[in-house]
Structures are given as structure tokens and as C-alpha cells.
Design a protein around this ligand. Structure first.
Ligand SMILES: [Fe+2]
Ligand SMILES: [Fe+2]
Length: 207
């Protein structure tokens, strides 16, 4: 595929950023205190690597384009927040999943990420879509090319952490489904009839 064709058909950079956020938040949701240590390590490794690549891509391609538009306080905070994540990632890599601080470091990282993702998704992405509309697909294509360069040398690392995080994946999925079903039954029993079922309204969750 030629570069120009790839640019026209590429997903926009803003939708790619949303997709990365969705994947990393889903990995955080799989991480629970009673998850087996081997799976915890696999999930943490996946999360750390995904965040490192994502942050670098944003810093190289997305933030500079926004910076050219107008001063923006949220944008000014974005790189320091990435650095805060990098500090927590380094701390996490120095720990084993059985160590007392491991869970808390994962949850500290999750808190920083959720806050940062909220700022990006409610302020920076809409701003980019208002002001950079026709450049967003071309920027998406650039992000894909750069992602391949960054991820290529780390493919062994990625395969290893994926295998660990998925070693109990089927069991985890089954346990998750059971817990969700149990939660739904409990909610039905305890909720006010007027609001019953609203928390799992498929329309509300976009299904
Ligand atoms: Fe992001
Ligand atoms: Fe970011």
C-alpha cells in the first residue's frame, strides 16, 4: 500500500489513542489482588510496555501538533504526567509480584493513568478533532509506522508477557463472567425498582 493511500484509509490518530486507552484500562481491570502472581507479572509487564510506547508516540506525534495550535494547560501537564507514569513503571519493574508494594504500585499507576486518560479524552482529543480534522488520518498513519519501529525490537518481550498474562485467561474470563452475573443478581435484589437494571443497560454502555 502506498504511503498516501495508507494515510487516507488510516484510522484517525485520535481514535487510535482511544483504542490504546481502552486496551490498557482493560488490562488494569483484569488485575485483581487475588490474581495469581505469574499472571499479575504478565499483566503488569503488558501495561508498562503499552504505556511506554503510547506515551512516546503521543510525545513525538500528537502533542507537538497540538502545541502549534494554542497554549493549553492540559497539554502542559501531559508530559509531566507521562514522567510520573515512567517513575511508577521503573518502581514496578524493580519489584516481584509477591512483594508487599507490588499491588499498590499497580494501583498507583492505574490512578495516574485514569486521571491522565480522562484529561486527554475530554479535552485534548476533542480539541484535536475540532482543529486538526483533515490531518488526523495522516497523523494516524504516521503513528502506526512509528509504532512498528518502536515495538519491533521488543517483540520477544511482548510475546513473553502476553503468554504469562493469558496463562489463566480462560479461567479468569470464566470467573469474571460468574462474578458479573452474581453482581447483577445481587443488584437486582437490592436496587430500588425505579432504578433496577439501569447500571447494566446495554444502550448506556454502547452495546
Ligand atoms: Fe494517551
Ligand atoms: Fe498521554
Amino acid at each position: 500500500m502506498t504511503t498516501s493511500l495508507m494515510s487516507r484509509v488510516s484510522p484517525t490518530i485520535t481514535n487510535m489513542i482511544r483504542m490504546d486507552h481502552t486496551h490498557v484500562v482493560a488490562a488494569f481491570h483484569q488485575y485483581q489482588v487475588d490474581t495469581p502472581p505469574r499472571v499479575k507479572k504478565g499483566l503488569a509487564d503488558n501495561i508498562c510496555l503499552a504505556l511506554e510506547v503510547h506515551a512516546q508516540l503521543e510525545e513525538e506525534i500528537f502533542y507537538p501538533a497540538l502545541r502549534e495550535l494554542a497554549p493549553d494547560e492540559t497539554l502542559d501537564k501531559a508530559k509531566p504526567e507521562h514522567n510520573e507514569m515512567r517513575t511508577l513503571i521503573a518502581r514496578l519493574r524493580a519489584l516481584q509480584p509477591q512483594d508487599p508494594g507490588f499491588d499498590q504500585t499497580v494501583f498507583d499507576l492505574m490512578r495516574v493513568v485514569l486521571h491522565h486518560v480522562a484529561d486527554e479524552e475530554t479535552q485534548l482529543l476533542p480539541k484535536a478533532e475540532r482543529l486538526l480534522g483533515d490531518q488526523l488520518s495522516e497523523m494516524g498513519a504516521r503513528m502506526t509506522r512509528r509504532r512498528l519501529q518502536l515495538v519491533g525490537p521488543r517483540s520477544g518481550e511482548i510475546a513473553g508477557s502476553m503468554a504469562r498474562s493469558m496463562s489463566s485467561g480462560t479461567l479468569l474470563a470464566a470467573a469474571g463472567a460468574l462474578a458479573a452475573a452474581g453482581g447483577l443478581l445481587l443488584a437486582r435484589k437490592t436496587q430500588n425498582p425505579a432504578t433496577r437494571g439501569q447500571w447494566f443497560n446495554p444502550k448506556r454502555w454502547g452495546h
